[in-house]
Design a protein around this ligand. Structure first.
Ligand code: NAP
Length: 331
């Protein structure tokens, strides 16, 4: 029996969460059939909620957050994994209902783990994280609905964020003309570097006329924002196009209209990364190994430690984190 280091979070009576790095006994690890030596975790929008208020996602405190982890199997009672396997875990409510990746050791169910493709290191797996794997799911959804590069431009909303940045890089690599919508025009060079062909200010979409149909512009949309952004973007999708929706950084409700569906035959593809079954998960990770340019991934990463996370949590909820954060849990 040993110990491990974790960012332990506690919720106060005012619901405010405080987190401190602590050395914990292994006996505090939750139940599970695989023990993982965690190398890296990351920060997603949902992690920001858990670290500030719990976001209604955490049921028992104290808690260890981190919806993603990447590392090496230390011990396994699962027939699918053995010591030494490099693995990544995204979602399955780890970091919410189950202790997550903000620790040097995690105990999880083997059924939740994905064996890493050779081409992807544990550091890059964390850089991809839930945000990047969700971006891949969005691109796959669009392509399965017939949105090919030849059909025209694809809009990515919240482009400088985690899901947005990875979506831009994958779409550009696959030959799509990517229109990146951002509230941070100062990130134009960053987004061009990831492969966006056109950068537009967020308000070009949100301040478009409130009409059920606007000029047909986009063959597809990857929406991470929702709200007015998504409602206006839908009104700009070309006949027969599709929108992959995964996020609500701009609020859950959207003031939409049925007309784009019934007059332009467009499709909305809902994307959930958390409880997605293993087969499409593996498909997404296999495709990430070939369709996400690693130099572009590296260019969107900032390196941080467990101690940095409480401050970063506020930044990501404020839309102030660019690209992807990699957390070296051993630093
Ligand atoms: N469905 C799923 O399984 C799944 C998986 C992963 C993430 N998500 C969701 O997807 C969203 C993005 O996640 P993320 O990790 O990429 O977060 P993120 O890094 O914070 O990115 C969100 C981006 O949205 C834009 N934004 C923020 N607040 C906004 C507002 N009030 N109005 C308009 N735009 C705003 C910002 O981009 P700009 O500055 O470029 O405008 C921000 O960087 C979150 O809602 C998250 O919960 C869902």
């Amino acid at each position: 029996m040993g110990t491990f280091r974790a960012l332990l979070s506690e919720q106060g009576t005012d619901r405010k969460v405080t987190s401190t790095v602590q050395e914990l006994d292994d006996s505090r690890l939750p139940a599970g059939d695989v023990t993982v030596k965690v190398d890296y975790s990351t920060l997603n929008y949902k992690d920001g909620l858990v670290l500030t208020s719990g976001g209604g996602l955490v049921k028992t405190w104290p808690h260890v957050g981190g919806i993603d982890l990447a590392g090496t199997v230390e011990a396994s009672d699962s027939p699918s994994f053995k010591a030494g396997d490099k693995v990544v875990l995204n979602g399955y409510r780890v970091g919410e209902l189950h202790w997550g990746g903000y620790a040097t050791r995690a105990r999880v169910k083997g059924d939740w783990l994905v064996k890493l493709p050779e081409a992807i290191s544990t550091r890059r797996a964390a850089a991809i994280g839930t945000a990047g794997y969700t971006a891949m799911l969005c691109v796959l959804a669009l392509s399965k609905h017939g949105v090919t590069p030849a059909r025209g431009e694809v809009l990515v909303t919240g482009a400088a964020g985690g899901v947005g940045s990875v979506a831009v890089a994958i779409l550009a690599k696959l030959g799509y003309a990517v229109v990146a919508a951002t509230g941070r025009p100062q990130e134009a060079d960053y987004l061009k570097g990831l492969g966006a062909s056109t950068i537009i200010e967020r308000k070009e979409i949100t301040e478009a006329a409130d009409r059920p149909l606007l000029g047909e512009r986009f063959a597809g949309v990857v929406d991470t924002v929702s709200g007015v952004m998504f409602a206006r973007a839908l009104a700009m999708v070309k006949y027969g196009g599709a929108a992959a929706v995964c996020g609500l950084a701009g609020g859950a409700a959207f003031p939409g209209n049925i007309v784009p569906f019934i007059l332009r035959g467009i499709t909305v593809c809902g994307v959930d990364s958390v409880m997605l079954p293993m087969a499409p998960r593996l498909e997404a990770w296999t495709r990430l190994a070939t369709d996400l340019p690693l130099d572009k991934l590296d260019a969107m990463v900032v390196d941080k430690t467990l101690q940095d996370l409480p401050a970063l949590a506020k930044d990501i909820l404020g839309g102030q984190v660019r690209g992807r954060v990699v957390v070296d849990v051993n630093a």
